[in-house]
Design a protein around this ligand. Structure first.
Ligand code: 5RP
Length: 233
């Protein structure tokens, strides 16, 4: 028996989609890569959201047998809404993944996590053998940290310890991400806090250095991952 859910049926992207036209183009590009039998890891964010609409269209039109492993509740609910079958990392390994990014540097290193789903996004990218990163040109930077701080997901009880450990690094500013539509901090899907951290300079070893701090779950730095960047044309 199926639910009759108005909330799910009328689900929409929670904010204005910036650069929607460009994102729509790159969403189309990724949907062209889908073939029957694929298990696809889907990251999070508005570009992924738009890509799922393009993929759902192909599934419907061509009867493709595809399963998606979503990186966030928002993406899981979108799949449900679009009748895209979902699975999980517990049962399946993605053949390939796609995701968005906040910044991409010339070496294809990334900052991700504006949407707060960075932990599962990284887990998906590590689990798949191929990942496409979908961006419009505004995401391309010469140096990571130009437009975005580095999001870091932390265990809430470690807040003060992680803050003091980060201050030993070359940080300019550390902010606890605060919620909109709820009092207090953002709580991630894993029940954690998010810090947004600006560094003087992001170095190649920063991802490992941050991860080694007790209390850090994961950071939004993706340095030297084997990803293919699809830029909206
Ligand atoms: C979410 C992310 C997103 O992929 C990133 O923020 C890009 O988002 P958008 O596609 O909305 O520009 O890392 O955690």
């Amino acid at each position: 028996m199926k639910w009759n859910s108005t909330l799910l049926d009328h689900l929409q992207w929670s904010d204005t989609i910036i650069n929607q036209e460009a994102k729509q183009k790159v969403a189309q590009q990724i949907s062209d890569k889908v073939k029957t039998g694929d298990i696809i890891g889907a990251g999070s964010g508005s570009t992924v959201y738009l890509a799922l609409f393009a993929i759902a269209k192909r599934i419907k039109k061509e009867g493709l047998a595809v399963q998606v492993i979503p990186a966030s509740l928002e993406i899981a609910m979108t799949c449900e809404n679009l009748q895209i079958p979902v699975t999980s990392l517990l049962t399946d390994r993605p053949n390939w993944c796609f995701d968005g990014a906040d910044e991409v540097d010339p070496d294809r290193s990334l900052i991700k996590g504006r949407g707060g789903a960075l932990f599962k996004e990284k887990l998906l990218i590590r689990s798949g053998s191929k990942t496409y990163i979908l961006v419009d040109e505004t995401k391309l930077v010469n140096k990571l940290g130009t437009n975005f701080p580095v999001p870091i997901e932390i265990f809430p009880g470690s807040l003060t310890y992680v803050e003091s450990a980060l201050k030993e690094m070359n940080v300019i500013d550390i902010a606890l991400r605060l919620a909109k539509g709820k009092d207090g901090p953002v709580i991630t899907e894993n029940g954690n806090f998010l810090l947004d951290v600006k560094f003087v300079d992001i170095k190649a070893n920063h991802e490992q250095q941050i991860k080694s701090i007790t209390g850090v779950i994961e950071s939004g730095l993706f340095i030297d991952y084997d990803v293919e960047i699809l830029i909206a044309k």
